[in-house]
Design a protein around this ligand. Structure first.
Ligand code: CA
Length: 411
């Protein structure tokens, strides 16, 4: 039986040492001259899965290959991890260097150089929830906008705070984002005006994809959360701080958040990330039993944000106080039913030091510490024409798992 391990290499030379080695095998949707269909990635190549599946190489995985011919991955994912996990391992086996003689000739014509392809939003996202799971971020925002002595609200250490966002405006990396207009208060004490937001910001987040439904009225226990989470995507929750500041009381974020969010094109599976599991921060007070976690609940995934090619933030998903399993267990504790393709984002991932803050709001501390750009200009928020690019990768001594870029220009 095939074993994928830390030493495995691919017969596709560009895979080895890249962000897309044989240990990654993420899933996405692409198009070339033909219509949209499912793909994976190995090194510098897109793997055309619908074409590959027609070669009868996946018969033993139980995968319905028709699910690879659709324009989104929902039906492929909904087959469950028993199928998709086997499919992923079989693909690794096919691309493994030790099997070059068996598969290379048959598979070669399913590899397309990545620059000849367009990557699309890989999911039909029915619902999108945004959490607020970084203690450092919640503390920073609390200090800036409320009370430094009581920066965290009383509920924060007891449950993963979140709100229901908008799925219709989630776009894949590369989409241009139009600066939103809305009600803002131009000066303290003045009445609101309708104007273009002057404080457009990014939020560095990681989102998880629901891969298995729960019936309405049933909860997903922490111990089963993993089975319901297909994989992770890098996520930018664009935010208009001036609109947010005026509108958010008392029901929370609304138009400041729903104009756009950007995701990376690849869904990286939990199986690819298992080698990077780490313990999360100590949780004190101890959460209620339904949220009491297993050990190693977080992932060591390095995160970077570039503003016009200047590296302005380095953070890590290991800082998250509430894990994705805890988020999902809490989301469904009331019987809320999740659907395949639903997306849950972590909330801004800030770390302990100033360079790890995951938003302009925190990096520039409410506009008081501008960032100097290479051309001599400064920024406190995002200007028209600015490009925000996020990158994520998990790395050990043997290989690196990348997410691709999550990039957008404000126009
Ligand atoms: Ca957010």
């Amino acid at each position: 039986m095939y074993q994928l391990n830390q030493y495995s290499q691919s017969w596709v030379p560009s895979a080895n040492g890249s962000m897309f080695p044989v240990q990654n095998i993420p899933f996405g949707i692409f198009s070339d001259q033909q219509s949209r269909r499912a793909c994976s990635r190995i090194g510098d190549y897109i793997v055309d899965l619908s074409k590959l599946a027609d070669k009868n190489l996946f018969d033993k995985t139980g995968c319905n290959v028709d699910t690879l011919k659709g324009s989104v991955l929902n039906s492929f994912i909904s087959q469950g991890k028993g199928v998709t996990g086997k499919f992923r391992l079989r693909l690794a086996e096919i691309l493994d260097l030790q099997n070059e003689n068996i598969f290379r000739d048959a598979v070669q014509d399913c590899l397309i150089p990545v620059e000849q392809c367009v990557l699309h939003l890989p999911l039909n996202i029915g619902d999108y929830t945004d959490f607020y799971s970084s203690r450092e971020h919640a503390t920073n925002v609390g200090i800036m906008f409320r009370d430094p002595a009581n920066a965290l609200l009383p509920n924060w250490l007891h449950l993963p705070v979140g709100y229901h966002g908008r799925a219709s405006s989630i776009v894949v990396s590369g989409h241009k984002i139009k600066r939103p207009q809305g009600q803002i208060i131009p000066k303290e004490g003045e009445p609101p005006i309708l104007a273009a937001s002057r404080q457009v910001d990014f939020e560095l987040e990681m989102a998880f994809v629901i891969g298995k439904e729960n019936e309405m009225g049933n909860s997903i226990p922490l111990s089963e959360a993993r089975d319901h989470i297909f994989g992770l995507m890098l996520f930018n929750d664009w935010s208009a701080r001036d609109i947010q500041k005026w509108e958010y009381v008392p029901l929370g974020p609304f138009l400041a958040k729903n104009f756009a969010s950007t995701v990376s094109p690849w869904i990286v599976t939990l199986e690819a990330l298992d080698a990077f599991r780490v313990e999360g921060p100590v949780q004190s007070p101890k959460p209620l039993e339904y949220l009491t976690p297993e050990i190693s609940r977080n992932f060591d995934i390095q995160l970077e944000v570039f503003l016009n090619d200047k590296l302005i933030c380095e953070s890590n998903t290991k800082y998250l106080y509430w894990s994705i399993s805890q988020q999902l267990a809490h989301h469904t504790i009331n019987g809320c039913n999740m659907k395949v393709g639903d997306l849950c984002a972590s909330g801004t991932i800030s770390g302990p030091d100033e360079k790890s803050y995951g938003s302009m709001l925190e990096l520039c501390w409410k506009g008081t510490k501008p960032i100097s750009m290479d051309d001599g200009s400064t920024r406190t928020f995002i200007q028209d024409g600015d490009n925000v690019t996020m990158k994520a990768f998990a790395k050990n001594d043997h290989y690196c798992i990348g997410f691709g870029e999550c990039s957008g220009v404000i126009i």
